[in-house]
Structure formats: structure tokens, C-alpha cells
Design a protein around this ligand. Structure first.
Ligand code: NAD
Length: 506
């Protein structure tokens, strides 16, 4: 029976990760594999009181952890990276089983965790501030960066482990304990990561308890975390609807928000583009992860002079792509996460049909058990409207012709999300225009690569309804710390800034 293989393989992966079966059986939150819809675990849920208790423990851990020198904190992350390297194959297998990612993408997701650990280790010796010229004699002015407090991390199903690590590796070297509310659709991978982390803590020796805690449950558990005054930073990854709610609640209590929300990402293919390269870029960005990446390519604007060359090739690539069981290394497109995702896809395709669009693909297929498998869809649109303006978390690529680049860039920017974008061109002027002030308004703007598949060295995130947050590389670490400006007077007088005089006599 196929339905039982995912459950058995999940058990095997969890066993290999040293997991006690009691941790993933007998609880009230069922985990299902999108591969066949089978139940692969039942984990215990955290109560709202449990969230409060965890926040108290994190606050206590913070008091000790912030005093540990940052390079020593980096040592814990180094050990965690080592544990991840040792567990990579089993954790990746679990990502495939619980989130439905193909083998190569699941391994890539764990590699991303390892990469951010490496980044954070170096960062632990580089949490530096500026020394700034002061207008007052015999004074020194400087910035220092301090740990900010426990960091709550709310994550989405589609990057069940990497998103947590982008935040956690940085937060931990910055001196902040973490509290993780993973997606209710991927609790097992979260618990497995926590178990791997605890192995690193044990080897580290003298870390305070509860540096990382996992809170299992649905949005009400996320909401309890968002409400807790002892958690001054929340990094929330998910839909724009979630971010709108979370962002407003955090603003009301003046907490820091790192919001990583939905995208509606575009690519422009210009007359000078290398079409072989563009074709490969489109295929990965639009069909990879079965269209379930925040950076998935959803809108393609092709210059009218190359449209009729590119489209037939694209349709051929779509028709030939291997769809099916993500455990099979030849497969490139695995299942959607659940039935709900298919309903969203059906609705969007129906709306596009109503607008006179031509649809290629987009059918449901039977593959294994209750798994939701679809043919990725190409939707030739007449104009920029309807479902093209919203994010549908499924493999739908809307395609349109354009005439001049300014018009295409305006279309790129004419949606509420602002996450990722790209242009394929061999024309220097076009490339520079796209990444210029007048070009793409997104947090990510690429040339001759697709909008998805970011590496961790850059700051990751987007503008407008994508939320404005930045995670991972560059100076994203600053969001996990508080900044103090220190002015030190080493003289014997007290000159005031701006020449203000306030003489109280002798
Ligand atoms: P979702 O919004 O349904 O859930 C995300 C997480 O938020 C889950 O853990 C959920 O329990 C929690 N949550 C939902 N509502 C909440 C609330 N009101 N208060 C507190 N917590 C709440 O998203 P999903 O379906 O899991 O993921 C898909 C979405 O995530 C897409 O829109 C995708 O673009 C986005 N995403 C964005 C990024 C990014 O970096 N920008 C990365 C991955 C996914």
C-alpha cells in the first residue's frame, strides 16, 4: 500500500534523527504527507498557557545568554551547523515527506540552514557599531549593539526549516533566545530541528536552558506569541492576511516586526534576451516547489518580438516536465500541500477563463493516494487583471506580451506585493534601467536569473504588502538587536550640543 510508505519512511527518518516515537504519536495535531495524504504523525499541541510559560522561560534564558560573549554564542551555532551536516540526509527526507518538496530542493533547504549557520558564526565576531565625529571637545560618540530579547518566529509550511534557521542563527548570535511557532502543516520537521539543536546545546555545555523552544499549534498559538509583552521581536513569514493582523498587533505594543509575506513576482524577457537561459530560468522559477515559493514566478512579460519564439518552447518544457512522487529523484514537480491549495488554483484558472485567457495545463492528476498533483499551468492573458493581480499559491504562470520596457516595468510594479522580480536581457541599458531607481520596486531585482532561489548572503525580503522585513545576510542582523548611542565626556567641562547655554552658576 502506498499510503503506508510515507508513514513508515517518516518513522525511519525520525528514528535516524534519534527521535522518541512518543514525541510524534498520540497528540491532537495530525501531520499528513502531501505525497499521499497519509497521516504520518500526531503531535501534542501547546496551549495558550504553555505559550505564556515558554515566554517566561525565554525571558529568563535571555538574561543569561545576552551576557555570553557573542563569539562564544557563535560557537553554539557552529556546533548546530555540524549537527545539521550530520543529519542533512534524514532531515531533508523529512522535508520531502512532510512538505512534499522534491529531493534536490529538500536537500537545498537543509543546505541553506547550514549556510546561514556559517554566516552567523562569522557575524558573531562582527556585531560592530560606528564611532561618530562629535561636535563637542573631549567627547566620544559611538553606537553599540545590544541583544534585544526573545525573538518569536512564526513560519509558513513551504520552507518548513530554512526560514526558522535564517532567523534563529542570527538571533542566537545576537543574544536572543528563540520561540518557534512553525506551520501547523509541518510540525514534525520543526520538532526534528529542535532535537538536532538540543544535541548542539548539550555539546556546548553551559548554555542556559530554553534557548530555543517550539510551540505547536495553529494561528491562535501564533497569536498568543504575538501578544506576549516579553517577546519584543516577532519575525512572521506567511500570507499577507496573516502579516496584516500580526503587524497591527505588534505595532500596538511597539514590538519589532520582521514581516516576510506574500509575493506576486514577475519576469521581463526583452528582445535581446538569451532565450535558452530565459527558458531555464522560467521553468525553475515558475514550476519549482510546485509553484509554492514566496518568490515563485507568477507573471511573465515577453516582448512581442520574441513571444512567438519563446511560448512554444515554454509549452513544450511544461508538457515534458516530470510530475509525481517527490521522492523519485527524476521528478521536478511534486504535490501541492493540500486540497485547499487545489481549490485556490481551480478558482484562479476559472477567473482567468472568464477573462478570455488561453490556458495550457492546469489539470489535476491521480498519482498516489490522496496526494494533490497538478499539471503546472501557462495562462496567456490579454491584459493585466483579475487573478493575475493576486498571489495564488500554486503553479500558475500568467503570460503577456509587451511593447516597450517602461510599460513592462510599470506592469512589474502594478501589484500590491513587492517581493521579487527579474529581467532577461543582454542590453546593458535595459538591465541597468530595471535595477535603477526608476525600475523594479521589489526587494529583489535580478538580471538573467529568475526571481526565486535566493542565497543567504543577501538581505531577503520585499516591499509593499510583502511586509518590508529583511532576513538572512547583509546587515539583517540589526533587526535582532537594539542600538544604543553612547556619548562619553572625558573632559572637565560640560559643553552642550548646538551651543546651548545653561549656566546654573557656582
Ligand atoms: P499562512 O499565513 O497561512 O501561515 C503562516 C504562519 O502564520 C503559520 O504558522 C500560521 O499558523 C500562522 N498564522 C496565521 N495567521 C496568524 C495570525 N493571525 N496570528 C499569528 N499567526 C498566524 O501561510 P502559509 O499558507 O503557511 O504559507 C504561504 C504564504 O507564505 C504565501 O503567501 C507565501 O508567499 C508566504 N511566504 C512568504 C515568505 C517570505 O519570505 N516573504 C516565505 C515563505 C512563504
Amino acid at each position: 500500500m502506498t499510503a503506508s510508505t510515507t508513514a513508515a519512511e517518516t518513522r525511519a527518518a525520525l528514528d535516524a534523527l534519534g527521535f522518541d516515537p512518543a514525541a510524534y504519536t498520540g497528540g491532537s495535531l495530525a501531520a499528513h504527507s502531501p505525497i499521499d495524504g497519509a497521516k504520518i504523525g500526531a503531535v501534542r499541541e501547546t496551549s495558550v498557557a504553555g505559550v505564556e510559560e515558554a515566554a517566561g522561560k525565554a525571558a529568563e534564558a535571555f538574561r543569561a545568554w545576552r551576557l555570553v560573549p557573542a563569539p562564544r554564542r557563535g560557537e553554539l551555532v557552529r556546533l548546530f551547523g555540524e549537527e545539521l551536516r550530520a543529519s542533512k540526509a534524514h532531515l531533508a527526507a523529512l522535508v520531502t515527506l512532510e512538505a512534499g518538496k522534491i529531493v534536490s530542493e529538500a536537500a537545498g533547504e537543509v543546505q541553506e540552514m547550514i549556510d546561514i549557520c556559517d554566516f552567523a558564526i562569522g557575524l558573531s565576531r562582527q556585531l560592530y557599531g560606528l564611532t561618530i565625529a562629535t561636535e563637542r571637545p573631549e567627547h566620544r560618540m559611538m553606537e553599540s549593539w545590544r541583544a534585544a530579547g526573545p525573538c518569536g518566529i512564526i513560519s509558513a509550511f513551504n520552507f518548513p526549516v530554512a526560514v526558522w534557521s535564517w532567523n534563529a542563527a542570527l538571533a542566537l548570535v545576537c543574544g536572543d533566545p528563540v520561540l518557534w511557532k512553525p506551520s501547523e502543516k509541518t510540525p514534525l520537521t520543526a520538532l526534528a530541528v529542535q532535537a538536532i539543536f538540543e544535541r548542539a546545546v548539550k555539546r556546548f555545555g553551559d548554555a542556559p536552558d530554553n534557548l530555543s523552544q517550539v510551540l505547536i499549534g495553529g494561528r491562535e498559538i501564533g497569536a498568543a506569541l504575538v501578544a506576549d509583552e516579553r517577546v519584543p521581536i516577532i519575525s512572521a513569514t506567511g500570507s499577507t492576511a496573516m502579516g496584516r493582523d500580526v503587524g497591527q498587533k505588534l505595532a500596538a505594543r511597539f514590538a519589532k516586526a520582521i514581516l516576510e509575506l506574500g509575493g506576486n513576482n514577475a519576469m521581463i524577457v526583452t528582445p535581446s534576451a538569451d532565450l535558452d537561459l530565459a527558458l531555464r530560468g522560467i521553468a525553475f522559477a515558475a514550476m519549482g516547489t510546485a509553484g509554492q515559493r514566496c518568490t515563485t514566478l507568477r507573471r511573465l512579460f515577453v516582448h512581442e518580438s520574441v513571444y512567438d519564439q519563446l511560448l512554444p518552447r515554454l509549452k513544450k518544457a511544461y508538457a515534458g516536465v516530470a510530475i509525481g512522487d517527490p521522492r523519485d529523484a527524476r521528478v521536478l514537480v511534486g504535490p501541492l500541500i493540500d486540497e485547499h491549495a487545489w481549490h485556490g488554483m481551480e478558482r484562479a484558472l476559472g477567473d482567468a477563463t472568464g477573462l478570455g485567457a488561453r490556458i495550457h495545463g492546469g489539470q489535476r492528476r491521480e498519482v498516489i493516494g490522496e496526494g494533490v498533483y497538478v499539471d503546472p499551468a501557462i495562462v496567456e492573458m490579454k491584459s493585466h487583471e483579475g487573478p493575475m493581480l493576486r498571489e495564488t499559491f500554486a503553479p500558475i504562470l500568467y503570460v503577456m506580451r509587451y511593447r516597450d520596457l517602461e510599460e513592462a516595468v510599470a506592469l512589474n510594479n502594478a501589484v500590491s506585493a513587492g517581493l521579487s522580480s527579474s529581467i532577461f536581457t543582454n542590453d546593458l541599458r535595459e538591465a541597468e534601467y530595471f535595477v535603477s531607481e526608476a525600475g523594479s520596486d521589489c526587494g529583489i531585482a535580478n538580471v538573467n536569473i529568475g526571481p526565486s532561489g535566493a542565497e543567504i548572503g543577501g538581505a531577503f525580503g520585499g516591499e509593499k504588502e510583502t511586509g518590508g522585513g529583511r532576513e538572512a545576510g547583509s546587515d539583517s542582523w540589526k533587526a535582532y538587536m537594539r542600538r544604543a548611542t553612547n556619548t562619553v565626556n572625558y573632559g572637565r567641562t560640560l559643553p552642550l550640543a548646538q551651543g546651548v547655554s545653561f549656566d546654573i552658576g557656582d
